[in-house]
Design a protein around this ligand. Structure first.
Ligand code: SF4
Length: 288
């Protein structure tokens, strides 16, 4: 991957961005790779030399790396930081680097730091649940230690003390409890993901089409229906339900404007490979 410096930021930041702090060691899949859509992993490997990322867009990942370095200075008895655990599943090595393992009399509590938004904290984050439960499986399977809790330590980057919405974090550092899976569910999840990646690799090797990313993987937003009226700039209401919008439009003597959902990961190129993705490029061509 090439790091660019379009905004002329100081060179040490470019050096920092160029150093990959995280290493997945000798494993074939890190937990985050395992969770990522197979199409993205395949395309990123294929176009690795051509992918560009600007240093200014890497602020939060750099701060994430910086946090890991700082954590090494905060060594505390009973808390194990930054351990990478390896396991072999169906002949493939999988590894996960766990931010914190808190040892208690009853077992281990796994804690993962996340720089995130207040909005994300207020949602159910299925990826957090998957990631931490694979960590749990690694600790229980490899270290033979019981895990009694999973937590995200959310570092809320847009926290506001004046926000009063229900569920809004009450401090800029906010702990989120994550539901725990049993070992069978976690192992099945890992095997399922490995199989999806194996199939994608075979398809790529044989020059076949890669399986499409799903709407969830593309961060697809919902289609909305705006009820509008001629002569009025803003919508009367924006609704999720088409029929409800039609009824309101009739009663308001207006009309319905459809605002299609957007695959945010594609449109913002958050996968980094949008320009080589036939699925997304095909859709763009269809709308021209
Ligand atoms: S552009 Fe969209 S569909 Fe294509 S790989 Fe990226 S996320 Fe998946």
């Amino acid at each position: 991957m090439k790091i660019t410096n379009k905004h002329n930021v100081p060179a040490p930041l470019v050096t920092l961005a160029s150093k990959e702090y995280y290493s997945k060691g000798e494993s074939s899949y890190s937990v985050t790779e395992l969770m990522s859509p197979p199409k993205i992993k395949r395309l990123r490997e294929q176009y690795n030399e051509s992918i560009e990322s600007d240093v200014a867009d890497m602020l939060w990942s750099m701060l994430g790396s910086a946090l890991h370095v700082v954590m090494e200075r905060g060594e505390t008895p009973g808390f194990l930081s930054e351990e990478r655990i390896f396991a072999e599943v169906n002949g493939v090595t999988v590894s996960g680097a766990i931010d914190i393992q808190q040892e208690t009399d009853k077992g281990v509590i796994i804690i993962d730091y996340k720089f995130t938004s207040a909005w994300a904290v207020m949602q159910d984050k299925v990826e957090w649940e998957q990631q931490l439960n694979v960590y749990k499986w690694l600790v229980e399977t490899v270290k033979k230690k019981k895990v009694i809790g999973l937590q995200i330590c959310a570092l809320v980057r847009d926290f506001s003390r004046h926000e009063t919405k229900q569920g809004y974090p009450n401090a800029p550092i906010h702990m989120v409890d994550i539901p725990m899976w049993d070992a069978v569910k976690a192992e099945n999840y890992i095997k399922e993901r490995l199989e999806m990646h194996r199939e994608a690799k075979m398809a790529q090797d044989f020059g076949e089409e890669l399986q499409d990313c799903t709407p969830e993987e593309r961060w697809m937003t919902e289609t909305k229906y705006a009820v509008k009226r001629d002569g009025r700039k803003t919508a009367i209401r924006v609704l999720d339900d088409k029929e409800e919008a039609r009824i309101l439009a009739d009663s308001e003597k207006g009309y319905v404007e459809v605002r299609p959902g957007e695959p945010k990961r594609c449109t913002g190129n958050f996968c980094g490979v949008a320009q080589w993705c036939k699925q997304y490029q095909g859709e763009l061509n269809d709308t021209k």
